[in-house]
Write a protein of this length. Structure first.
Length: 120
């Protein structure tokens, strides 16, 4: 797990405010790793005002305890006006997200190139 912050573009005056904090998960996540994950998410949420993004692109396995930690983080952030998004879930992570009806948390970025459709 890694933790990064993405600041807003620099402006004059006080230092830029952090827009969101990214936690990148790698490998397998289950009941044996949920305590470490919860601790990492708690550290990430300690950044005042920062939204939380959890990058799941390198997750090879995750179970319901991992989903529980993600939901707990969202429930902590929500009343504070902060959000949680899931970025680039791997196939296994996406399947569990779908089974738990949490697709609403998956970050949808606009495509950098317009779609090209063949003419009929």
């Amino acid at each position: 797990m890694t933790l990064t912050q993405t600041p807003l573009l620099p402006t004059r005056g006080p230092p830029p405010r952090v827009r969101h904090t990214v936690v990148r998960l790698r490998g397998e996540h289950d009941t044996s790793t949920v305590a470490a994950l919860s601790g990492q998410l708690a550290r990430a949420m300690a950044h005042d005002g920062a939204d939380l993004v959890i990058d799941l692109r390198h997750v090879r396995f995750m179970d319901a305890s991992t989903v529980g930690a993600i939901i707990e983080a969202r429930e902590f952030l929500r009343p504070r006006g902060r959000s949680l998004a899931l970025r680039s879930p791997s196939g296994i992570a996406r399947r569990l997200i779908e089974l738990c009806d949490l697709e609403v948390l998956v970050e949808h970025r606009p495509c950098s190139r317009p779609a090209v459709f063949p003419e009929p």
